[in-house]
Design a binder for this molecule. Structure first.
Ligand code: NAD
Length: 258
């Protein structure tokens, strides 16, 4: 991916939320390799974020570390504000931070579970995007890319129903914002990963659960964070995807073909 040169990402100021580990980290590395100035946002994984930033700098990339709890409105606004302060503006926002929080069936989920899952996966996307929109407009256009999930379409795996629904909300935010913002030259799209081996599944899935998932993937393997990267670069580039608006790209080895 690093050898492939995309013409219009060089110099772009891009905030990647949840970029310390997993998909966000791979995306941050790839954008930096394209010459983008990367806002590497993280919350608790200080060491991972600092190590990744050092790796980007060692490869002659440009990066600024941004720490904020994205699940609160204030934290989401602060993440965008820090990126704008560092770069003097913003060309792209990748709303990637998220997580299952915990597996809990609908029948047993508390309102606190609901709040926590929706705040992290849904509120964060709405508020960070709202904060970014004036800056993307000021830049004369740009992009928002949301990380959703296969769980948004298939009801989710055991106990992840609320999480899947929070990502389904993000699907529709993607479509609605895409309609509202395209007249300003801001393209909004989403990437929906399938089962990707990141700290996410180390936290939320057992070996047996992953084995059961694997059996349903036509490509015969679980995905990697690097497998997801191309979809983000493609959607960020107005040269490669100028007429793609409000879409969700599924990256899942054929596990779901909606
Ligand atoms: P990950 O756990 O490595 O990454 C999640 C990121 O979100 C981390 O960088 C973490 O710091 C950040 N984050 C979590 N809570 C936060 C908070 N309160 N404030 C700020 N940041 C916070 O896992 P990942 O698999 O790379 O997940 C990235 C995105 O992909 C998430 O939105 C996840 O829901 C989505 N996703 C993952 C998979 C998968 O199979 N791994 C599948 C579909 C969707």
């Amino acid at each position: 991916m690093t050898q492939l040169r995309i013409p219009d990402l060089d110099g772009k100021a891009v905030l990647v939320t949840g970029a310390s580990t997993g998909i966000g980290a791979a995306v941050a590395l790839a954008f930096a390799a394209q010459g983008a100035r990367v806002g590497l946002h993280f919350n608790s994984s200080v060491e991972a974020a600092e190590t990744l930033a050092a790796e980007i700098v060692a490869r002659q990339g440009r990066v600024t570390l941004i720490r904020a709890d994205i699940s609160t409105g204030a934290g989401a606004r602060e993440a965008v504000a820090q990126a704008v302060r560092a770069f003097g503006g913003l060309d792209g926002l990748i709303n990637n931070a998220g997580g299952m929080v915990r597996r809990v069936p609908y029948a047993e989920a508390s309102e606190a579970d609901y709040d926590e899952i929706m705040d992290l996966n849904a509120r964060s996307v709405v508020v960070a995007s709202q904060a970014a929109i004036p800056h993307l407009k000021a830049a004369g256009g740009g992009f928002i890319i949301n990380t959703t999930s296969i769980a948004a379409r298939n009801g989710a795996s055991g106990g992840a129903g609320l999480y899947g629904s929070s990502k389904a909300f993000v699907h529709n935010v993607t479509r609605g914002m895409a309609k509202e913002l395209i007249s300003f030259g801001i393209r909004v799209n989403a990437v929906a990963p399938g089962v990707i081996t990141t700290p996410f599944h180390e936290r939320y899935s057992t070996e047996a659960q992953l084995k059961a998932q694997l059996a349903t993937i036509p490509q015969g393997r679980l995905g990697t964070a690097e497998d997801c990267v191309g979809a983000y670069l493609f959607l960020a580039s107005a040269v490669l995807s100028p007429y793609i608006i409000g879409q969700v790209i599924e990256v899942n080895g054929g596990q779901l073909m909606p």
